[in-house]
Structure formats: structure tokens, C-alpha cells
Design a protein around this ligand. Structure first.
Ligand SMILES: [Zn+2]
Ligand SMILES: [Zn+2]
Ligand SMILES: [Zn+2]
Ligand SMILES: [Zn+2]
Length: 219
């Protein structure tokens, strides 16, 4: 007797129309039917005891686990027969292949985004009289130099060390045009251009008259 199961591609009766397409129906030695199909997600071959109907979602064990606890968008891939998971980075969406299943409730970032993320500020209390001083250790967003702050930085805020701050602000003043204010002195009538906003533009003094008034007040 042939011990290999007989394979039928489809059933002749009306039941066939309701079955999932691409199904291989075989019969085992004891005459029971087995339904060979594949996982909807990863194409892994599966043998089922129940006939899958049109529209039934068929998932393998791994894909069911991804569905239940994995990060949305995760797919299982097989590299040299080894199981890997391909998951998009939470930050930039780049797909990363890892050996573990990234979980729904945990952050998952690619190496680049992980490095770019500013580290959490570390709170530090120095015991000095009369009050303990609170410090926050954080790294510069540009050169990564560690610095101590007296205030708690906002989460995700990009902080710069004094060097980088200076570089950034000189770069800014180079590109940004300086604002000038034209005034007419209320005392002497002279017109002048100032590079600061006059406190009271309608009663502005020229720099010369300002000096005179200041000198008078001092006396
Ligand atoms: Zn699967
Ligand atoms: Zn990323
Ligand atoms: Zn810096
Ligand atoms: Zn004047």
C-alpha cells in the first residue's frame, strides 16, 4: 500500500466554493483530511485539520505572537533558516532586522536615532549648608560635552554648552540683518539711527542729549 497521502487540489462538491483558494487537501493513512495552506503573513507552510474558509485569517504561531504582543508593522523573516524580526524604528520608520520580537509597549529605535536622542538629565544633589544644591547633569546637543545645570531641562530639549552656544549665536548674527531704528531727538531735533529699540519712541533722545540728561540727573 502507498503510505504517501493522496493529494487532491480541489473538492468536486459545492463545499469547494467556500474553501480558501490555493488549498491542498490530502488524506492521511487513516483517511482523515488535512488541509495544506500557508500563513497569510510570512508564507510559512501550515497543515490544518479544519478546512479554512474563504476570508479566514490564517496565521502561523510566530505571526500570531507578533499580532498579540509585537510592535505594529513587524514581520518575521528567515535568514539562513534563522528567525528574525523586521520592525520599523519608532522615530524615523527605518526598518531594522533584529533577533528578538520588539514588543508593543516598549520603545524601539534604530541605532542612528538611539544615538541622536538626548540622554535623560541625571539629577544630582550636593549636600551643602544651608540648602542642598540641585544639579542636572546633561550632555551638549552638539559636542556631547557633559555640563551641570541648575534648572531641570524639559524632556527632549536640545541644550548647548557655552562654546557651542556662542558658535551658534555668532552664526545667527552673521546671517540675520540687524534691526535699526530711526528717531528724531525731542530735545535737539537731530535725526539718528539707533541699533536698540528706544524705550519711548515718541520721546526719544539722541545719544548726545541722553548723555547730557544723564549727567544732569547725577548732579
Ligand atoms: Zn507567519
Ligand atoms: Zn530611526
Ligand atoms: Zn558643545
Ligand atoms: Zn538731541
Amino acid at each position: 500500500m502507498n503510505d504517501k497521502p493522496k493529494i487532491k487540489v480541489h473538492k468536486a462538491d459545492s463545499e469547494a466554493a467556500r474553501l480558501r483558494s490555493g488549498l491542498l487537501i490530502s488524506t492521511d493513512d487513516s483517511g482523515r483530511e488535512r488541509y495544506r495552506t500557508h500563513c497569510d503573513r510570512c508564507e510559512t507552510n501550515l497543515t490544518l485539520r479544519m478546512a479554512p474558509k474563504v476570508g479566514d485569517a490564517i496565521l502561523c504561531r510566530v505571526c500570531r505572537e507578533i499580532e498579540a504582543v509585537g510592535k505594529p508593522g513587524t514581520v518575521v523573516v528567515y535568514e539562513k533558516k534563522k528567525r528574525r524580526f523586521r520592525t520599523p524604528c519608532d522615530e524615523c520608520g527605518t526598518e531594522v532586522v533584529v533577533s528578538f520580537l520588539p514588543k508593543q509597549d516598549r520603545p524601539f529605535t534604530c541605532a542612528a536615532c538611539h544615538q541622536a536622542k538626548p540622554p535623560e538629565a541625571v539629577e544630582e544633589i550636593t549636600e551643602t549648608a544651608p540648602k542642598p544644591k540641585r544639579h542636572y547633569r546633561v550632555r551638549c546637543g552638539v559636542c556631547r560635552t557633559e555640563m551641570r545645570l541648575r534648572f531641570k531641562p524639559n524632556p527632549g530639549e536640545r541644550l548647548l554648552c557655552t562654546d557651542c552656544f556662542e558658535k551658534a549665536s555668532t552664526a545667527k548674527t552673521k546671517t540675520r540683518p540687524r534691526l535699526m531704528y530711526n528717531i528724531q531727538c525731542v530735545r535737539c531735533g537731530r535725526k539718528q539711527t539707533l541699533d536698540v529699540v528706544p524705550r519711548d519712541p515718541d520721546n526719544a533722545l539722541c545719544t548726545n542729549c541722553m548723555e547730557i540728561m544723564r549727567a544732569k540727573r547725577r548732579r
